[in-house]
Design a protein around this ligand. Structure first.
Ligand code: GLA
Length: 675
């Protein structure tokens, strides 16, 4: 017994001594919970490179470390009890192309060490730092700005010596349920959607009047051309108009609570998509898993969720409806075309015509995708040499929208002149013009040859950047960088011709890198409002590409605000200009048809960013007051200001307006000169 109490006493004395003197301990980066580490295209790798090969820098293999891809960030709490920080860094030899990165180690917002520009093949650089009294350490791998996004960057044998509490990662704050900014639609009828619509003479017309309000509802159209018919119960207008001209009609919706009337001009001429297309696309959620039944289900939900009541109408299949040579999946393989050269669908699309009829019966439209090259981006059959036949097949199947994706066409044409870039689009466009069906044409070639300057001659919209789903976050989420890049081309957008910064990736989306199953978006609620606000102000196509089967209240609240959508669909067809992008503020201004201005105010991370901007050092960022001068947006005297997301007036102002904007969030206001 005595021996036991002696032992216990000795143990307690030792424990006390240890905690007073603070014996040094060590933790390696690869032993930490890395869930909070942000890395370019996915998740960091422990003891291997981002490509899952052994960690290797300058042809030297290392057994211990963490493989990331730039831009990557990781914030660690060392709580002022850290002693030293040691690491080796370098670009992994598996980096596909010549890339370059800069490693930074920050302590409480200050740069403690930086590697300088490092390239593939450089041998490791070593950092040995004293980190006493530092409370948070930030690890950053920034892109070397060489345009290469495959910078596989390694932290080797990275370790912290500390005493006391073990350093722990700052975990990403839990994303709380977002505040629903859009008020619920009233029970009274309200006709939504565009006020103008283009069609070609003689082509089939199909339009479902988008209207919110209690059902049952009945519809009417005043001054409807005699060759068009309205179904008064469903609000679906169909038929055809052969005489070119502008037909000014009035769309009417009635229920037991009241009536709503909205002017609508049908322009029978040469131009389609007089306002940016709105709808859904399968890519970022279903990838090569897309099927007829998922398409039908998505069309069902477009109606049942109410999205169609706000103007969403296209239900578009992306890649992977065709066949793929030598596919391992029995459903997807087989001959690509029949003996007459007609393209064949894979087994997941047994009846294209039946499927588009199903979509059309709901008053919605159907879209599909193909490439001008021999294969699509996912390796399925392309249109090369069959352009005319494919255009005719798509029309005979009943399609209303075509996305034409450059992809393998690069292997066909060796030149890279503007004419080379234009050629495949010109060809398909001219085939589409010969059809007796209206097919909206979307160019997907990522902005090569400054496509915004010419794509309006051969299409209705054009992608201005690479894939949004592959864009990694920097100081702001990936969509923001894509949005800023798209915003530079504002002068080229006009009715019938739109800059396309890619889809709305919110709700449940699958990683484009792994073509994975859907997960709830990692964007905060405020970032999602920012996304929708930017796309609306930029008159971008509003094409949601998340899971229609998992639409939640919040996602619908972001997608379905009629006043925000009205800004996007405004008849004038202007794309917002950037008025300011500095001091953590982005301000965008869009001219509207009624003479008023739609202004987006965004509270963003630093521009140009300094390394500290890549981290959220404080758990809760306070909102920022952002000021605009009325003169700067071209309004003299007094103005009425309306908060568009909340759909309420915030009063009359003179000279300047100041608005509170949440961190990474947005305020959208409509400013009209007081009469
Ligand atoms: C490219 C496009 C995407 C998608 C895929 C399909 O990457 O940019 O939008 O269509 O091809 O394979």
């Amino acid at each position: 017994m005595k021996t036991f109490s002696n032992c216990l006493a000795t143990f307690l004395v030792l424990l006390l001594l240890t905690s007073c003197t603070g014996s040094k301990k060590m933790i390696f980066l690869d032993e930490m919970d890395l869930t909070g580490m942000k890395t370019g295209w996915g998740t960091p790798q422990i003891n291997k490179s981002f490509k899952s090969t052994p960690l290797s820098i300058g042809n030297q293999i290392y057994s211990r470390g963490v493989g990331t891809v730039a831009t990557s960030t990781f914030l660690i709490n060392v709580n002022g009890i850290g002693k030293s920080f040691h690491t080796k860094v370098g670009l992994d030899d598996s980096s596909n192309e010549e890339g370059s990165v800069i490693f930074y180690i920050l302590g409480d917002k200050k740069i403690l060490w930086e590697s300088g520009l490092m390239r593939k093949g450089d041998s490791v650089k070593v950092a040995d730092l004293d980190i006493r009294e530092i409370s948070k350490i930030g690890l950053l791998v920034a892109d070397g700005n060489d345009g290469n996004s495959r910078d596989y960057a390694n932290w080797i044998e990275t370790r912290i010596e500390y005493s006391g509490v073990v350093p722990s990662p700052v975990l990403a704050s839990i994303i709380e349920e977002g505040e629903l900014l859009t008020p619920a639609a009233p029970a009274e009828p309200r006709v939504n959607g565009p006020k103008i619509y283009g069609m070609r003479p003689g082509a089939p017309f199909l339009y479902r009047i988008p209207a919110t309000g209690e059902r049952p509802m009945s519809f009417d159209v005043k001054e409807l051309p005699g060759s068009l018919k309205l179904n008064k119960e469903t609000g679906i207008i169909s038929g055809t108009v052969s005489k070119p001209g502008r037909y000014n009609v009035e769309l009417v919706a009635k229920n037991s609570k009241g009536e709503s009337v909205r002017p609508f001009t049908i322009v029978v001429g040469n131009t389609l998509a007089l306002t940016p297309p709105m709808g859904w696309n399968s890519w970022y959620i279903h990838y090569n898993r897309i099927s007829d039944s998922l398409m039908r289900l998505s069309a069902d939900v477009m109606i049942s969720s109410g999205m169609a009541d706000y103007g969403y109408q296209y239900v578009n299949i992306d890649d992977c409806w065709m066949r793929k040579e030598n596919s391992d999946e029995p459903d997807l393989g087989g001959p690509l075309r029949d003996k007459n050269g007609i393209i064949l669908t894979n087994k997941r699309f047994p009846d294209m015509k039946g499927m588009t009829s199903y979509i059309h019966e709901k008053g919605l439209k159907a879209g599909l995708y193909i490439s001008p090259g021999p294969t699509t981006c996912a390796g399925f059959a392309g249109s090369l040499g069959h352009e005319k036949q494919d255009a005719e097949t798509f029309a005979s199947w009943g399609y209303d929208f075509l996305k034409y994706d450059w992809c393998s066409y690069g292997s066909v044409v060796k030149g890279r002149t503007v004419e080379d870039f234009k050629a495949p689009y010109k060809l398909m466009w001219s085939e589409l013009q010969k059809l007796d069906r209206d097919i909206v044409f979307n160019l997907c070639q990522y902005g090569m040859g400054e496509s915004w300057k010419w794509a309006g001659e051969t299409g209705n919209s054009w992608r201005t950047t690479g894939d949004l789903g592959l864009e990694s976050s920097s100081t702001m989420p990936g969509f923001f960088n894509i949005g800023i890049s798209n915003a530079q081309h504002n002068e080229y957008a006009r009715p019938g011709a739109w800059n396309d910064p890619d889809y709305l990736l919110i709700g449940w989306v699958g990683s484009a890198n792994s073509m994975g199953e859907g997960k709830k978006t990692a964007l905060t609620p405020d970032e999602q409002y920012t996304y929708m606000s930017m796309w609306s102000l930029m008159a971008s196509p509003l094409i949601f590409s998340g899971d229609m089967a998992k639409l939640d209240k919040f996602t619908l609240n972001v997608l379905c605000n009629n006043e925000v959508i009205d800004i996007n669909q405004d008849v004038l067809g202007r794309q917002a200009k950037i008025l300011k992008y500095a001091d953590n503020e982005l301000i965008m201004v869009k001219d509207l048809e009624d003479g008023s201005k739609a202004v987006g105010l965004f509270y963003v991370s630093g521009n140009p960013p300094v390394p500290a901007d890549y981290f959220e050092w404080e758990p809760q960022m306070l909102p920022k007051k952002i000021k605009i001068s009325l003169k700067d947006i071209g309004i003299d005297g007094k103005a009425n200001v309306r908060d568009v997301w909340r759909q309420k007036s915030i009063g009359s102002f003179e000279n300047t307006i100041e608005i509170n904007v949440p961190w990474h969030g947005a305020a959208v206001v409509k400013i009209s000169k007081e009469q």
